[in-house]
Design a binder for this molecule. Sequence first.
Ligand code: NI
Length: 200
Amino acid sequence: MSSVNENSAKFDWVKGFTVDFDLKTGMSTSDAVSSKRHVSNLKGMFADDKATDELITNGDPLVYEFYEMGAPEKEGDLAFGSSITYPGKVGNEFFMTKGHFHTILETAETYYCISGKGYMLIESPEGDWSAQALSPGKMLYVPPRYAHRTINTGDMPLVTIFCFRGDAGHDYGTIETKGYRKLIVQNDGKEEIIDNPKWK
Ligand code: NI
């Protein structure tokens, strides 16, 4: 989640505020604006470059969007919001978020799933990884040091509410350069976790 956005000035970070998220869709009915990521924004991150290019040519579908309130980047503040990953595939690989480490690597994060089905794929710099199943009502703890990426394996939007320390920052570059060690794909109608052929 990017940390500077136009929502920041709309909320009173000194005195407190409330913000509405729809209990099903995760969309904010407050005065918040979401950030959107289309297939073209994830070019090179999916294993199948040909399928990526075809999708970009054919309408460049929306893969995910998120609401982040624009928390002050201070130790005592909390960044929070909702994340909506849409159903779909690039080739046989499920739609996913870019995924990131936190710039302050020793930063955990929570995600509460309110709708949809899928996984949070988490991985440490040392290569430890796991795919944590998400379904409505499950709250996930992503421990410090682990990169995290949401993957929608269902047929409806996968919606989560997230929260982490305000000054943690985002390191997208490591994942953009190296990729993830694992991918989640559909083979013969079944979900499968495979090695990422592009991982460096
Ligand atoms: Ni995060």
